[in-house]
Design a binder for this molecule. Structure first.
Ligand code: ASP
Length: 464
């Protein structure tokens, strides 16, 4: 990012330093404040609530039984608010940005007559890569069988710790059926925007974009210009948000690591490891091969150029919050044409979730192993299909996939309250799966760019 080089240190290096420093200090704080009897309770809260809107009262209740330490105060009054302000700044640009960039993207591609082809390519790429991700996850979890190693004692402890939270979540069942599709068409586009109902917003943006291509250019150009203007304004605001990104990222990571129940990692280590290795394989092997072959770009250069996207996704755990950065970096660093970036990336942030699909597949099979539910090959195929469908439907916010995961568990006969077992480690998995989700979108944009005959910036020169 050109304008981001300040005082000699490029912005993405500052963000990376903030990430490392925040994690190191957070983990130190975590150790410093033990024993913290109520830590897991707070952790559950942090892991499952979308970061935006985490009420202070909820934090206060979670702390109530133990006298707060200075670290608690530091988190409540400094780290948490700073992290939230950064996240909110990103989120506030999401709806205008998705709407404007997608409708303009569609209008431009439509005018060039290649919307249908690009749309199909994009969708096929999304579905195939997500399917590959789930298959990798399932192959690993079925081979290693981490669920068999969970003792009754651990299971009971985790159920006791997170059971109430799990029951609350499973108490609001998510139904999946014909209505799910009907609701993609909103009655009221403004209500869809207000509620951040992304699939509905995308639907309206697609309609508006296609409609713009049906109007004579002299009359549609005012609307197109207005939408382009909205886009540009949002990009400027995102630029400001990214200036405070080092502070925001530091605060977010500190808050998570200082509150992370590190002791929870031990019994679930195998499960966590499978999700993480699966994510790494999908990202650094499968997607790298696709980048090298389909986008004809060195994966090393690719990953170096998208560092800022990876760090933002990792620290926000939200594809939506990362979208502004994804668009900006893809255009500036990779040279993705704005029409393609504006079309593929907002769609990807909502629909293309490689990491989420993999996580869901692994988690369903892991919990089936823990609860002694035998999943036949047929059941596993259902898991693959449902993991892909629910990853498409999951909201790009922290923990966005959990309600849908609960639904898949119920579908294949695994007790949905079993989600209690993984709630404590979900945040760390969320950070990693979101990173893969977003990188998957960028590879899609790079592939579409190449396949449409455009050049990509394949050398290092654009990076400051
Ligand atoms: N946090 C993920 C995302 O925004 C969604 C999820 O898997 O919970 O991409």
């Amino acid at each position: 990012m050109h304008e981001t080089k300040a005082k000699g240190i490029p912005l993405h290096t500052k963000i990376l330093l903030a990430l490392i420093l925040g994690a190191a200090l957070g983990i130190t704080a975590n150790y410093a404040q033990r024993p913290a009897a109520f830590q897991p309770k707070l952790l559950a809260l942090l892991s499952v609530q979308p970061c935006v809107g985490l009420p202070f009262s909820a934090l206060a209740t979670a702390y109530a039984p133990a006298p707060p330490t200075w670290i608690d105060h530091l988190i409540t009054y400094v780290m948490h608010p700073v992290g939230q302000i950064f996240l909110r700044l990103l989120f506030l640009t999401v709806i205008p940005l998705v709407f404007a960039s997608l409708s303009v993207g569609v209008a431009q591609l439509g005018a060039m007559g290649n919307l249908g082809r690009i749309g199909l390519k994009t969708f096929v790429y999304f579905v195939l890569t997500m399917t590959m991700a789930v298959v990798i996850g399932l192959a690993m979890v079925n081979t290693v069988r981490p669920g068999d190693a969970i003792t009754e004692k651990t299971k009971d402890r985790l159920m006791k710790e997170y059971g109430a939270e799990a029951a609350k979540r499973t108490g609001q069942p998510v139904s999946f059926g014909v209505n799910t599709f009907v609701q993609i068409v909103p009655q009221n586009p403004l209500a869809a925007m207000v509620n951040m109902d992304m699939l509905a917003v995308i639907f309206v943006a697609l309609l508006v974009g296609v409609a713009l291509t049906k109007i004579e250019p002299e009359r549609s150009q005012h609307t197109v210009r207005l939408l382009e203007g909205v886009n540009e304004v949002m990009i400027v605001i995102i630029g400001w948000a990214m200036k405070i990104a080092p502070f925001g990222v530091f605060a977010l990571i500190f808050t998570v690591t200082a509150r992370f129940g590190l002791e929870l990692l031990a019994p679930l280590a195998m499960y966590v490891l499978i999700v993480l290795v699966g994510i790494a394989v999908q990202m650094f092997v499968v997607l790298s091969i696709l980048v090298a072959t389909l986008a004809r770009m060195s994966p090393l250069v690719f990953f170096r150029k998208v560092r800022a996207i990876m760090i933002t996704a990792f620290s926000t755990s939200s594809s939506n919050a990362t979208l502004p950065t994804t668009i900006k970096v893809s255009e500036e660093e990779l040279g993705v044409p704005p029409a393609i970036a504006g079309f593929v990336l907002p769609l990807g942030a909502t629909m293309n979730m490689n990491g989420t699909a993999l996580f869901e597949g692994v988690t369903v099979v892991f919990l089936a192993q823990v609860f002694g539910v035998d999943l036949s090959l047929g059941d596993q195929i259902i898991v693959v299909v449902m993991a892909v469908i629910t990853a498409i439907g999951a909201a790009g916010v922290p923990g966005g996939s959990l309600p849908l995961l609960i639904m898949v568990l119920a579908m294949v006969g695994v007790p949905p309250t079993g989600i209690a077992l993984i709630l404590g480690v979900d945040r760390i998995l969320d950070m990693c799966r979101t990173t893969l989700n977003v990188i998957g979108d960028v590879t899609a944009a790079a592939y579409v760019t190449r396949s449409e005959g455009y050049e990509l910036l394949t050398t290092e020169s654009a990076t400051p």
